[in-house]
Design a protein around this ligand. Sequence first.
Ligand code: PHE
Length: 339
Amino acid sequence: MKEKIDQYLQEIDCVETSSAEEIEQFRIRYLGRKGLLNDLFEEFKTVPNENKKFIGQELNRLKNAVQEKILMLQKSSLPIEQGEKKVEDLTLPAGQVPPGTLHPISIVRREILDIFSRIGFTVADGPEIEDDWHVFSGLNFPPDHPARDMQDTFFIEKDPDLVLRTHTSSVQVRVMESQRPPLRIVMPGRVYRNEAVSARAHCQFHQIEGLYIDDGVSFADMKQTLLYFAQEFFGKTRIRLRPSYFPFTEPSAEMDVFWGLNSEADHRITKGTGWLEIMGCGMVDPNVLSASNINPDKYSGFAFGMGIERIAMLRYQIDDLRMYFENDVRFLKQFNRFI
Ligand code: PHE
């Protein structure tokens, strides 16, 4: 038996394989149910007791040698096999890594900020988690205003009161508190409202707010600024201002742009009027100026705010708000041609 084991050990040493199948055949030949090792263990039963210890050790040595050989063959065969299938040509140019695209919200935000920067507005930023003062009280919201209600606002903490900002107007208050007029700023940011998510409403969205405060700023200045923006963004168009209400502006207005009624889609989008509402605006209420220690007898100003999603929806004809947040690459990929 010893001779047989030695012979197998020699054979194992010399075995060479060139594929996974051959390794498997080798494994079956030795370790399979009807393999050589099982035969030897059968034969082992007949070995006289005085030799059992020695032969047993030899058998184990053989078994270990087979297992080690299999591991070695597997290790060394892997790169060979892969190499055979895929011969790398190192002189080929590198594979293309597809560049990402800007999110449609980013594209529109950049464009809007760019338009305002051309007429001297600079960008200001503020926190998304805010206190009641910056989101409501400092903006002249009466204590019982419905916007403070649980339905609209995500409350984080009662004392000290912390909320997720419901509009970027909170940044107005921060800037008015820390800087003196003249102020000419645009404030982009994410805002949150406690709304059920649907195609037309979301619990988070983006706004850009603008604020201009100086000596003798008038409603006519606001109208001209907003007309300039509308024409830069939408091309040659008209605007109209409809009376509205915001606690922090007086008088207040909604601004519409003329979209046209050329196609059936235009009728649908504008509900047959040809006009589209795109933002709220108004003259900063004197109470808001006073709250931030700006003298309303000396200074006046206007503010405006718009939703970026809404404007991007109009521009790219997107009809479901949820698409912006799902980040499906099939959706995002379409915007690379707009950058
Ligand atoms: N903050 C208002 C909103 O969220 C928009 C607005 C901003 C209106 C500034 C007037 C002036 O709807």
